[in-house]
Ligand binder design. Structure first.
Ligand SMILES: [Zn+2]
Length: 301
């Protein structure tokens, strides 16, 4: 009875091969039916396409450069003493602490210092995360760009909010443009640094240098004002992680002192502008590069 088994077996394998060729194997080699490999979405594609806040308790997860934001709030287009710019970018979403900071700074600057009002640039996307363009930080809703150009006393139109340019305070590479710079800018930066939950404020090195000379004996606040590339037409305020949010990762404190000495001098050296590894475009982040909880923040409905 088993005499014919090898023949039956061979017949079966033969049929299987023909079937495979006709159906699967052959089809997979046919360019008409071969599926194009699915591109892997980057974290900036995923977070950049979110239109609304994640309906969860407010919390920042991860770091300023690798993180996300749950329960963000949207900065209204107009406040009593601010106007939000570039609304089409949908980057006026922040941690509630940051929105309160904007409210407080703009109010204090108007009432106490006579600053007409703030023009607010990018904060974060509705769920934070990496952005398809422009910033490597601003990912957890605790960073905000504030224009040096004061707000006009009337409401800007939607068209103006897209088209008015932030004005640079710098001529050439390092010279402060004194036609535009005013003591009011120095007072505003000192005010912006005066709140205890401010971690750092980034400005162009020539602006930091001016503040170092202007500050006189009251210098503690200068520690928070840090020279950085760009930041000639806006300053960038970074708030500390709220103490109770243990999944939010603070940056190390700035070095002790006012940061006006050698450290600042370095920014005026050729070395600071020599192309180095920092110039290389980093590989885009994937969802796996962010804290695991960012997947839930992304998918929460
Ligand atoms: Zn910024």
């Amino acid at each position: 009875m088993f005499k014919n088994f090898p023949a039956v077996e061979a017949l079966f394998i033969g049929f299987a091969l023909v079937f495979c060729f006709l159906r699967t194997c052959h089809a997979a080699d046919d360019p008409q039916t071969r599926a194009a490999p699915k591109p892997i979405a980057t974290a900036s594609d995923l977070f950049g396409s979110q239109k609304r806040s994640a309906p969860l308790a407010s919390a920042a997860f991860g770091s300023y450069t690798r993180g996300c934001l749950a329960g963000s709030g949207q900065l209204p287009a107009n406040g009593l003493h601010w106007q939000a710019m570039r609304l089409s970018r949908n980057r006026n979403w922040g941690h509630p602490r940051l929105l309160r900071y904007i409210e407080r700074l703009s109010g204090d600057a108007a009432r106490l210092d006579g600053w007409p009002g703030l023009l607010i640039g990018d904060i974060s996307q509705p769920r934070g995360g990496p952005m398809p363009s422009g910033h490597s930080s601003h990912q957890i809703g605790l960073d905000v760009d504030i224009w040096f150009r004061p707000s006009p006393r009337r409401n800007l139109s939607m068209h103006e909010r897209e088209s008015v340019w932030a004005e640079s305070l710098i001529k050439g590479r390092f010279e402060l443009d004194r036609d535009i710079w005013s003591e009011g800018h120095a007072v505003l930066l000192r005010r912006a640094a005066s709140y205890s939950n401010v971690a750092r404020i980034f400005v162009h090195p020539a602006i930091k240098k001016e503040l170092c000379e202007w500050a006189g004996g009251d210098r503690a606040w200068l520690r928070k004002i840090r020279a950085w590339y760009g930041h000639d037409d806006h300053f960038h305020v970074r708030l500390e992680c709220p103490a109770e949010e243990i999944a939010c990762m603070d940056q190390d404190q700035p070095p002790a002192g006012d940061g006006c000495g050698e450290e600042l001098a370095w920014w005026f050296s050729a070395e600071a502008y020599r192309p180095g590894p920092a110039e290389k475009k980093p590989a885009p982040l994937s969802l796996e590069d962010l804290p695991a909880i960012c997947r839930s923040v992304l998918e929460s409905r």
